[in-house]
Each structure stands twice: as C-alpha cells, then as structure tokens.
Design a protein around this ligand. Structure first.
Ligand SMILES: [Fe+2]
Ligand SMILES: [Fe+2]
Length: 359
C-alpha cells in the first residue's frame, strides 16, 4: 500500500468529496492495518469507523449500517472470512458492499471473491487505487439505495391504488344493489344469493381465499350490462323474438365494457363478460369452451342458473332445489364445468341454507 506520488487530480476529487459528503466506512482490522487505513482515507473526507474483531463489526453494523465495509485478511483466526460469510448470509447485510484486503497470497484473494466480496485489494495495491476502488463501491451503494427507495415507493403506490379500486367497486356494488332493490326487490335478492352461492362453490374448489373473496364481491355485477338493454325487452312478458334475444345477449358485452372503462378488477370483468358461456361451447357472447372460460365465470354461471331455476319469476314457477341440482349436474351437465357441479353437490346443504335465508 505504497503511495509514492500523490496525484493532483485525485487530491482535488478528494477535496470535493470532503465538501459534499462524509461517507461512512467501517474498517474491520487489527490495529496496525487500521492505522494504515486511517492514513489512506482520513484526509479524503471519509468517516472511518474501526472495529477490531468480527463480533465488534457485527454489533457496529447493527447499530448503524455503514456504506461500505473493508475487511482485513490479517485478522487472527481467519476472522475476516467468517465475518464475510456472516454478512453475505444475513438478509440485512447481503447487499452491503465489502472490500477485502488480502495478504499477498493468491489464495486469500480467490477465497474472498468466492465468499462474495465485491472487491479485493492486496499489499500491492496503491493507495490511490484503494481510494478509487472504494469510490466505485460507494457509488454502487448509492445506486442500490436509490433503487431500493424507488421500489418501496412504487410498492406503496400499487397498494394504495389496489385499495382504492377495491373501495370503488364495493361502493358501486352497494349503490347498484340499492338501486335495483328500489325498483325490483326480486333482483336485489337474486344478486345476494348468486354472490353467496358463487363464494360457497369457489370455497369448495380450493382456488385460494383471495379469489373466493373477489368472486363473492363481484358476482353481483354479472348483469350490470343490462342497463344498456332496452327496458321493454327486460320487462317483456313471454318469449323474446330472435332479434330481441340477440339484443339481450349484448348485456355481457355492455357489462364488460362498463367495468373495463371503470378499470374494475379483471375478475369482475370476466364475470360480466363470460357468465353465459357454457363449457360445451354453446354459450355466448363468444362461444368459448372448457377452461378457456375463466373459472370465476364458470362458477357464477352455475350459481346464476341454480338461482334462476329455484326462484319464481313473472313467467314461471320455482323448481325444487333437488330438481335444480339434478338439472345442473345431470340433464344439462354438458354446459357446466364438472368440477363446479361436483362442488355444488358437495356443498348442497349450504346451498339450501342460502336459498332459505334470502328468499
Ligand atoms: Fe346475465
Ligand atoms: Fe343473473
């Protein structure tokens, strides 16, 4: 670590460092090397902290993390290497830049790199080079810190936005339910039952509690697109003409459009768009089949039909729940996802509870 010529430009750079910052460097070394490092770095504006052992270093880092750690290979009992290993295997310090001062053996140099030191200097490295390489590590540490801060900021922003969307959706569903209840009590109950049936089926299918919650929340939106269908078609007594039925089918596309414009969750959009698709491909609007239909839509489709069958409408009587179960799982089995049908069979007692609670 000889420094015969003190380079002029480096002295200026050092002086600038002195003005703009005090970089916190922890040197872990026995007293002789520590003194030498003080001489090399001291005049250049570094805040040099000394630890004489690995244990002391770990404590010092826990108290206040430095920007760079310099570890000397001349510490007794290979302590430098065990400290390096400790730093690299702890979550809090795995990215802390480490410069290792190896003795002249190539062995130490290789070992230090293998254990994850960012840089290794030796007795042959000039003082100027040590300072220059230290500056590279400090710059790297600064970039890492900046990236970390930016990442945290973005994560917070995403979490905020998600919560906001969730709240807007809840408010929309609540407002919609209220509005429909005012005009048509039956429809309000239908939405609540379809949400409960869907959540019950989803829960049985082990698709994760987050998706179950979303399905419960968004199932009531399945027919939101009906606001775009003419009133006389919605309220028509008797069978729709072909043209009227074509117009009625559009409610799936309207609903999807509406929710997409509101930037609603993809689960909500999928339910609105695909709750009339059938796994045999005979549904609408796109004639999707099998698992090309999103699972949330396959679930709500079955729940919607089960509810339609078991409730009285202006134009038909209610079917018994046992017959409805038979209809979905046997007679019309081809239309529904077999694993959804199985879940309905398994949770049939809960389905009956829901039917009796909300009618
Ligand atoms: Fe619908
Ligand atoms: Fe419905």
């Amino acid at each position: 670590m000889s420094d015969p010529t003190k380079n002029g430009s480096e002295a200026i750079a050092g002086a600038m460092h002195h003005v703009v910052s005090t970089f916190h460097v922890l040197a872990v070394a026995e007293p002789t090397t520590a003194r030498k490092l003080s001489q090399i770095l001291g005049p250049f504006g570094y805040r040099l902290q000394i630890a004489n052992s690995g244990a002391e270093a770990v404590q010092s880092i826990a108290d206040e993390a430095p920007e760079v750690v310099i570890i000397s290979g001349t510490l007794p009992r290979q302590e430098g290497f065990s400290l390096l290993r400790t730093l690299r295997t702890s979550r809090a310090t795995e990215e802390l830049p480490v410069m290792f001062l190896a003795d002249s053996s190539a062995d130490q140099e290789v070992r230090a790199y293998q254990l994850g030191a960012e840089d290794v200097c030796s007795g042959a490295t000039s003082e100027v080079a040590i300072r220059a390489r230290l500056r590279v590590l400090l710059r790297m540490a600064a970039y890492r810190r900046r990236l970390g801060n930016e990442k945290r900021r973005l994560e917070l922003k995403v979490a905020d936005r998600t919560r906001e969307l969730f709240e807007i959706t809840i408010a929309t569903v609540a407002a919609l339910e209220k509005a429909t209840e005012l005009s048509d009590q039956e429809t309000g109950q239908h939405m609540i039952r379809v949400a409960s049936y869907s959540a019950c089926i989803a829960d049985q299918m082990n698709i994760g509690s987050e998706l179950v919650d979303k399905i419960r929340l968004y199932a009531p939106l399945h027919d939101v697109g009906k606001v775009g269908v003419r009133h006389e078609i919605l309220k028509k007594e008797g069978i729709l003409t072909r043209a009227e039925f074509e117009e009625m089918k559009q409610h799936t596309l309207y609903g999807h459009e509406l929710l997409a414009a509101a930037r609603a969750d993809i689960v909500a959009r999928n339910i609105a768009l695909s709750h009339h698709e059938r796994v045999d491909g005979s549904g609408y609007p796109h004639g999707l089949s099998g698992d090309r239909i999103p699972i949330e839509a396959r679930i709500v489709a079955a729940a919607d039909v089960f509810d339609a069958l078991t409730t009285r409408r202006r134009y038909k009587d209610a079917m018994s729940p046992d017959d409805a179960l038979l209809m979905i799982t046997v007679e019309l089995a081809g239309r529904f996802d077999p694993s959804v049908s199985q879940a309905i069979r398994q949770r049939y007692p809960d389905m009956l509870d829901i039917l009796h609670s909300y009618s």
